[in-house]
Design a protein around this ligand. Structure first.
Ligand SMILES: [Zn+2]
Length: 247
């Protein structure tokens, strides 16, 4: 048998057949996987309280061939994150986090950092962190891990390095900033002050523990939001379904 145990976040659960459950989970060592829990709707012994949405659990599973459903043997709950279900906004943000992860990471794409990011975001949300800031942190970091980091180093028009002074303009089709000589601020090319550029750069590059401590003021939040929104819509090609519950 090809049995593994991995810490995993439960992303989706669906009833399957008479008594089984179809489970999508994000593991620390094999990325996002899909498996079936035989008798999962009845077996309280093998799957005690851990096959619940958003839970962190140690999953024991048998790897099947690529494309097949894996086979879940048992699981042990590590963290239930009850705060994620305590109000509509937290629940919506948790669902949004899952949807964005699914878009950026197809089945079987391993990324330990993405697993850590998911877990850290859920810990912070569970502890009652501010949802608008957590959303920005998660979006910016997840996009960067998914290969869509915003280039904040230089103007993508003239190539001049951004020295951290003066306003910059976001260009969605290039995923970068431009100087005011090359681009004018508009609804489709929102501007960013130097402090906002600095903070966004740090969010993309620093570990969660540091990013979380950053002091984002209202102006930074107001400037970052449209930039990330345009960036995501351009790169992903559509708006996330769960976004409507958050906006
Ligand atoms: Zn320029």
């Amino acid at each position: 048998m090809n049995t593994h145990i991995s810490p995993a976040i439960i992303m989706r659960i669906k009833e399957f057949g008479e008594s089984d459950l179809l489970v999508t989970f994000f593991t620390s060592d094999r990325g996002r996987l899909k498996g079936v829990a035989k008798g999962g709707r009845k077996s309280q012994k093998r799957f005690a309280n851990c096959l619940d949405l958003f839970c962190l659990a140690n999953l024991e599973y048998e790897l099947k061939r690529k494309g097949d459903l894996h086979f879940l043997h048992s699981c042990k709950l590590v963290h239930a994150f009850p705060g994620l279900r305590s109000d509509f906004t937290s629940l919506s943000l948790a669902s949004y986090i899952i949807e964005l992860t699914e878009i950026l990471f197809p089945l079987g794409v391993t990324d330990k950092e993405m697993f850590e990011l998911l877990n850290n975001a859920f810990v912070a949300l569970n502890e009652g962190g501010k949802t608008d800031i957590l959303r920005i942190l998660f979006e910016a970091k997840a996009m960067a891990l998914g290969g869509y980091k915003i280039n904040l180093e230089k103007c993508c028009g003239c190539g001049r390095p951004y020295a951290g002074e003066g306003r910059a303009v976001f260009k969605r089709n290039k995923g970068c900033i431009a100087c005011l000589k090359c681009e004018r601020e508009s609804k489709h090319s929102p501007g960013l002050g130097p402090d906002t550029v600095k903070v966004l750069k740090l969010i993309q590059a620093s570990p969660w523990s540091e990013a979380e401590k950053m002091d984002l003021n209202d102006e930074m939040i107001r400037e970052i939001k449209p930039v990330i929104k345009l960036h995501m819509e351009y790169r992903i090609g559509r708006r996330l379904k769960t976004a409507e519950y958050l906006d």
